[in-house]
Design a protein around this ligand. Structure first.
Ligand SMILES: C[S@@+](CC[C@H](N)C(=O)[O-])C[C@H]1O[C@@H](n2cnc3c(N)ncnc32)[C@H](O)[C@@H]1O
Length: 226
């Protein structure tokens, strides 16, 4: 893989993909962006209403979103079943160098080891990373994903539409809609007009929210109950 570790403005690492000339996260802060977009705007409101949820992450990458989700439910009586699709898994030796557990103040906690475990577990089978967090990583592109589940929450974390336009294709957004439970939620850092128009035409109810540091807006969408 043609990648290298870089440091974003909040001190947390990201990966830079030379082929796409693109970072995996916002340069203003990887940890800040993941916490703001996926945890605060997505996971917390969805988890607040339920004891057990199914999460689908599109673009597993560094595993930061998965790990922050696990941190959120450890020591609770909630359960996250987390399915992640990723056709280009980050090599273990690269993941080992990422500074998320240290930066999130979990250096001495078992959560540090669990970040590595999230990476080390075999692809294609379900693993109980913690009683509250079950993980299945699938080494496929989302286009080939054949779901057996319906999801309460979608983390849509593809590379930007300018870099990987096929990921924002209407067919993919329709597929995600079909595998989301009524009342389910999609969150993403992207707030592009065409993307939001496509979501609305498919049937999503679309909200524009303030973005993380350095970005004006982000998107949260609901699948209507009726
Ligand atoms: C913006 S990065 C985000 C990664 C991750 N969520 C993180 O926090 O590190 C986009 C990710 O989408 C992955 N990706 C590329 N093509 C994909 C596809 N067709 N289906 C699913 N994921 C894809 C990339 O390899 C990359 O890991």
């Amino acid at each position: 893989m043609n990648i290298e570790i870089r440091t974003t403005q909040d001190g947390s690492h990201t990966l830079y993909n030379f082929d796409l000339n693109e970072n995996y996260h916002s340069i203003f802060g990887a940890l800040d962006e993941s916490a703001h977009v996926f945890i605060e705007a997505g996971l917390k409101p969805v988890l607040g209403a339920k004891n057990g949820i199914f999460v689908l992450e599109i673009g597993f990458g560094t595993g930061l979103n998965a790990w922050l989700s696990l941190c959120e439910v450890e020591n609770t009586d909630k359960l996250i079943t987390y399915i992640a699709v990723e056709p280009y898994p980050v090599p273990g030796h690269v993941a080992q160098q990422l500074n998320y557990p240290e930066l999130a103040g979990k250096d001495d906690s078992p959560l540090h080891q669990l970040y590595q475990r999230i990476h080390d577990t075999q692809w294609g089978t379900t693993h109980i990373i913690a009683p509250q967090f079950h993980l299945r990583k699938l080494p496929h592109p989302v286009e080939h994903f054949k779901p057996y589940w319906l999801f309460d929450l979608i983390y849509f974390d593809a590379f930007a539409p300018t870099k990987q336009p096929e990921m924002w294709d209407r067919a993919i957004l329709e597929k995600i809609y079909d595998i989301t439970v009524p009342g389910g939620v999609l969150v993403t850092y992207c707030a592009k007009g065409q993307f939001k128009r496509d979501l609305k035409e498919i049937g999503w109810q679309v909200e524009t929210l303030p973005g993380p540091t350095g970005k004006r807006e982000m998107t949260r969408a609901y699948k209507p109950v009726h």
